[in-house]
Design a protein around this ligand. Sequence first.
Ligand code: IPM
Ligand code: MN
Length: 358
Amino acid sequence: MTKKIAVLPGDGIGTEIVEQAVKVLKALGEDFEYEYADVGGVAYANHGHPLPPETLALAKEADAVLFGAVGDFKYDTLPRALRPEQAILGLRKNLNLFANLRPAVCYPELVSASTLRPEVVSGLDLVIVRELTGDVYFGTPRGRREAPDGPFKGAEEGFDTMRYSRPEVERIAHVGFRTAMQRRKHLTCVDKSNVLETSQLWREVVTEVSKQYPEVKLDYLYVDNAAMQLVRAPTELDVVLTGNLFGDILSDEAAMLTGSIGMLASASLNEKGTGLFEPSHGSAPDIAGKNIANPIATVESAAMMIRYAFHMDEQADRIEAAIRKVLSDGIRTGDIWSEGCEKVSCSGMGDAIRAALR
Ligand code: IPM
Ligand code: MN
């Protein structure tokens, strides 16, 4: 049966990188249908809203969403509700994409591209399971007001609310443990339970859920320590289970271990296991339109899409093998280039991956 893919390239380098992923997908020879729509700043410019109703409707009816990136300096002065980031937050909430998987793998060929010493990142293979629809990102009440109490009573203040409910933690914990079962069976729960109520509940629930997965080794880190362990000994980690805000921060840190943020893919899944697939990096407006961006994270996100949403493991493996082949052939975009390698453009990398498909 035809699979319909909503293609939302967005802003900045989004267009260039998504084009490479579509190029590779098309070369698989599968029955995929692609429908494009505006999202982010470009959608605001064309339709007056970063997530126009037509785009949301398309995302909802499609079998999966392939997403580029949103954001540009141009839109930094817009009110928050109209900023490009609202598009991705709106999609997460409206499609109920509560589970975000962000794998960080250091390919042997890129060990020297990391800012960390080779012996620290060599063999790195972890996945961050980030809760994506709760926490201080979406918690209410939030807003601006006069401080009702405290030493700054009466002064203007901004406030947000960190919230997690038991079922919300349970469902993401199950995703974490199931992910661990398919990997090295080690899950690290990351929270701030020495300070926060939400984290205390989080840790309690994760501990309870762990009883259903006796084979998985469970340990715990406070988020500050986790930030340190990620650069001290990242190969000791397998699955990192954490909330929305902590996961946001730790996943950027994990990305750098892999050599370049241009390498990190992600899947944002709902209860049905379908969802939205996007590189973990942003729209990089400073290099947009120059055809120099690294499209690997987006191509890898497309592989995750067909693996998770379409259950086409064999085709996903083909894409991943092609990425590895290209890297071992010494083909590199500028961000991961080193002496002795061949430097290619964004579209050159897409062509190379397509050519390496078996
Ligand atoms: C990410 C991004 C988003 C987030 C922004 C663009 C809202 O940083 O996907 O990690 O904070 O979740
Ligand atoms: Mn982020």
